[in-house]
Unconditional design. Structure first.
Length: 219
C-alpha cells in the first residue's frame, strides 16, 4: 500500500554510496528528504540529482538530510555520480541507496510486493513508479509525498518551500496559504478559536470569519 501523510516512515537497512545504514538511526533528529529514481543513467534523474547536489546547503540550513534511491547497485551509482558531476557541475555529497532487492521501493509503496529478480533485467519504464519524493519529520512520520512521471523533472525549490511551511507550522499554530513563501503572511490555524488567537496573535485581518491573516511568526 502507498504511504499516506501521517504514516510512520518504514525503517530499513540498506547499502548506500556512503556505506550500510539503518534508516531511522541515520535520520536521527533531522528532517529527511528521500527521493527515488527508476534506474541509473537516466537523463531526467541525472539533472535532478545534480540540482539536489547544488541545493544541499539549503537543506542543511533546515536541519534536513537528503538521501537518494535507485534500484541499481551501489557500484553503478558510483559511475553515475561521476557523470552527474561532469554534466551538472555539482558534487553529490549525500548517500544514494542501492535498492537491488526492491525492499525500500516495496516498503514505501513504489513497487508491488510481487516484484522480484535481477534489477539489471528491468528497464526504467518497468520501474516508472519509483519517482517519489518523501519528506519525513524528526518524529519519523511522513509529512509530504510527491509523485512525478518520468518525463517531468522535479521542482526542488517547491520541496524547500514545503519544508519551510512544515517547519513553521510544526512550531506555531498557523497554516500557509497558496504559493506562500518564507516571510509572507500566514493564516491562523482552524484549531485555534478567537479567544486563543487573541492571546497568541493579538489582532488579525479577517476577510471572512474562517480566514484570519497574520504576519509570519518569528522562528
Amino acid at each position: 500500500m502507498a504511504l499516506k501523510i501521517g504514516d510512520e516512515a518504514p525503517n530499513f537497512r540498506a547499502q548506500t554510496t556512503e556505506g550500510e545504514i539503518d534508516f531511522h538511526e541515520w535520520a536521527g533528529d533531522s528532517w529527511v528528504v528521500l527521493f527515488s529514481h527508476p534506474k541509473d543513467f537516466t537523463p531526467v534523474c541525472t539533472t535532478e540529482l545534480g540540482t539536489m547536489a547544488k541545493l544541499k546547503p539549503e537543506f542543511d540550513k533546515r536541519n534536513t538530510k537528503v538521501i537518494g534511491l535507485s534500484v541499481d547497485p551501489v557500484d553503478k551509482h558510483e559511475g553515475w555520480i561521476k557523470d552527474i558531476e561532469e554534466t551538472q557541475g555539482a558534487t553529490v555529497e549525500y548517500p544514494m541507496i542501492g535498492d537491488t532487492d526492491f525492499n525500500v521501493s516495496k516498503l514505501y509503496g513504489m513497487l508491488g510486493a510481487d516484484v522480484s529478480g535481477d534489477p539489471a533485467d528491468r528497464t526504467a519504464a518497468d520501474n516508472q513508479t519509483v519517482r517519489n519524493v518523501f519528506v519525513i519529520g524528526p518524529d519519523k512520520k511522513v509529512k509530504l509525498v510527491l509523485v512525478y512521471p518520468m518525463t517531468t523533472g522535479r521542482n526542488f525549490d517547491e520541496v524547500l518551500r514545503v519544508l519551510d511551511s512544515l517547519q513553521l507550522t510544526a512550531k506555531h499554530k498557523v497554516a500557509t496559504p497558496a504559493n506562500w513563501k518564507q516571510g509572507e503572511n500566514v493564516i491562523i490555524a482552524g484549531s485555534v478559536n478567537n479567544e486563543q488567537a487573541k492571546e497568541i496573535f493579538g489582532e488579525w485581518d479577517e476577510p471572512k470569519p474562517y480566514i484570519r491573516i497574520v504576519p509570519q511568526p518569528a522562528a
